[in-house]
Design a protein around this ligand. Sequence first.
Ligand SMILES: *Cc1c(COP(=O)(O)O)cnc(C)c1O
Length: 356
Amino acid sequence: MKIHNFGAGPCILPQEVFQKAAAAVLDLNQSGLSILEISHRSVAFDEIIDNAQNLAKELLDIPKGYKVLFLQGGASLQFSMVPMNFLPQDGKAAYLDTGVWSSKAIKEASLFGEVLTVASSKDKNYSYIPKDFNLPQEASYFHITTNNTIYGSEIFEDYDVAIPLIADMSSDIFSRKIDVSKYDLIYAGAQKNVGPAGVTIVIVKEAFLEKKARLVPTMLDYQVHAKNDSLFNTPPVFPIYVSMLNLEWLKSQGGVEKIEYQNLQKAELLYQEIERNSLFKGNVETASRSRMNVTFSAIDEDIEKRFLSVCKEKGIHGIKGHRLSGGFRASLYNALPLSSVEYLVETMKDFESSKS
Ligand SMILES: *Cc1c(COP(=O)(O)O)cnc(C)c1O
């Protein structure tokens, strides 16, 4: 049976990426060596990491003056690295609280300085993106989470703010066009839309790196990684290689603009069905609904259980909601084809008819 993978992360990647990655494990470009055994100082790897960087720059239209880094520790280490590097001990940083990941970022930042939570949607179980908030101008930076993977809300706007803007884009980077010039630092764990777990992409404005707020351990110092082009120590060679393959795939599909259009179509199709179907309802208010992670609930627990078992029978994988938000979550990352969403929608329709 064909499996349709709606998992939230690590998640689906294109089949051809899996095939090329598998081939390179056995023999990288007819070199007689596996991608797993080459030196990170080799010419072959130089080409790979350069290519990955250039593809990221091209696909996101990253302006001059920015570095693309490949780090380790996941987005979760970025929660600490950002304040450690840029929030002075007697300073303040502004955070927008839109879900679990924002809260975790806030918790880490409070270890280094004062956190000003400018707004939170916790009052309504993170079902919307707060609109009206004031940014304290004395803050060293403003941190946002553009896509809330667990609750299913998304910020589509590149905020125009007078202080440095930092974004966790772990689950929507490369899914839609962004104006990188509005941000001083963007980070993303790769395993949601870019590649395998084990590498974290950081896009940072070089001028911002000068604002380092304290002495930090070498491995946690952005300046060190920037100066060494992500080769201060052994980088995650294989995850970087697979990310490169995936970015090549994205380019071959017509790039971010094209994929954004497809992502919009996929999300619209599913949200329309959730609204139409009498057995389900959406979790997030319309204007804030994520295109990457569609969260919804059944009208009662019995329906929820039964639909989960139908999904299992039908090869619909990874659709159970996060334990904190419950219900269902269908993740529609770049590599998930429209046909999988059509299949899910058909399954929801059939399920409804079987109940009446
Ligand atoms: C998954 C996720 C994280 C955590 O990423 P790790 O790489 O596991 O640390 C952080 N932020 C967002 C928005 C996520 O989706």
